[in-house]
Design a protein around this ligand. Structure first.
Ligand SMILES: Nc1nc2c(ncn2[C@@H]2O[C@H](COP(=O)(O)OP(=O)(O)OP(=O)(O)O)[C@@H](O)[C@H]2O)c(=O)[nH]1
Ligand SMILES: [Zn+2]
Length: 219
C-alpha cells in the first residue's frame, strides 16, 4: 500500500513550514485519471448487479466522478489559508465569538457513507477576529474528506487554535451517521456528539458550561 502512496501536503507548503506545531499533513494517494475513476464506477455498477450500458446509467460514471470532485473537494483546500485574514479593528472586542448550527455533510472513512449534522464553534479572540463565513468554510474543508467525526472535530479546533492563537477554542459537532441508519445495526435518528476544547475552554469548566449554554439556548 505504501508504494502507491505519495506524501502530498494538502496545505500550502509555506503555511505548513511556518509553524513548528503544524499538524501532520494528510497523505494522499497519487491521483488516478478521471477515466480510471469513471471505469471504477462502472465496475461498482456491475458489482451491484446493474448494467452500466443501459440508457439510464450511461452517463452515471461521469456524474459520480463530478459529484466526488465536490463532496471530496476538501482534499484540495487549505484550511490555514482560509483563516489568513484577520480583522483587528473591533474596538478591543475580546469576548466569546460563537457561530452555531453550521450545517455540514461528510462521509465516514469506514463505509464512504454520509454523515451529516451541525458544528458549533467558539473562540476567544486574542488579536482581532476572522470573518464568520470563514469558520463555516473551515468546517466544509474538513467535512469534504473521508472522516471520522472525532478527527473532524479535532481538526477544526486545531487549525483555529494554531492559526489565530486565540485564548481558547471550543468545537462541538452533532451528527447522524447513515452507516448506522441504512445498513449494519440500522438505528435511525441516533445523534453523536463530539467536543474539543483548547485554552481557557480546556482549563476552565465554567467556560465549557458557558459554551454549552450558548449552544443550547434557543431563545
Ligand atoms: N468512532 C467513530 N466510529 C464511526 C464513525 N463513523 C462510523 N463509525 C463506526 O465505525 C465502525 C466500523 O466497524 P467495523 O466492525 O470495522 O465495520 P462494520 O462491520 O461495517 O460495522 P457495523 O457498522 O457495526 O456493521 C462502526 O461501528 C461504525 O458505526 C465515526 O465518525 N466515529
Ligand atoms: Zn460508516
Amino acid at each position: 500500500m505504501d508504494a502507491v502512496l505519495k506524501s502530498l501536503s494538502v496545505r500550502a507548503p509555506e503555511a505548513a513550514d511556518k509553524r513548528s506545531d503544524a499538524p501532520r499533513p494528510v497523505r494522499l494517494a497519487e491521483r488516478p485519471t478521471r477515466q480510471e475513476a469513471e471505469a471504477a464506477v462502472r465496475t461498482l455498477l456491475r458489482w451491484a448487479g446493474d448494467d452500466p450500458d443501459r440508457e439510464g446509467l450511461l452517463e452515471t460514471p461521469q456524474r459520480v466522478v463530478k459529484a466526488y470532485e465536490q463532496i471530496f473537494g476538501g482534499y484540495r483546500q487549505d484550511a490555514d489559508a482560509i483563516l489568513d485574514r484577520v480583522f483587528e479593528e473591533v474596538e478591543g472586542y475580546s469576548d466569546i465569538v460563537l457561530v452555531r448550527d453550521i450545517p455540514f455533510h461528510s462521509h465516514c472513512e469506514h463505509h464512504m457513507v454520509p454523515f451529516m449534522g451541525h458544528a458549533h464553534i467558539a473562540y476567544y479572540p486574542r488579536r482581532g477576529v476572522v470573518g464568520l463565513s470563514k469558520l463555516a468554510r473551515v468546517v466544509d474543508t474538513f467535512a469534504r474528506r473521508l472522516q471520522t467525526q472525532e478527527t473532524m472535530t479535532a481538526q477544526i479546533a486545531e487549525v483555529i487554535d494554531s492559526v489565530l492563537h486565540p485564548r481558547g477554542v471550543a468545537v462541538m459537532v452533532e451528527a447522524e451517521h447513515l452507516c448506522m441508519a441504512m445498513r449494519g445495526v440500522q438505528k435511525s435518528g441516533v445523534s453523536t456528539i463530539t467536543t474539543q476544547f483548547t485554552g481557557v475552554f480546556k482549563q476552565d469548566p465554567t467556560e465549557q458550561v458557558r459554551f454549552l449554554t450558548l449552544v443550547r439556548d434557543r431563545r
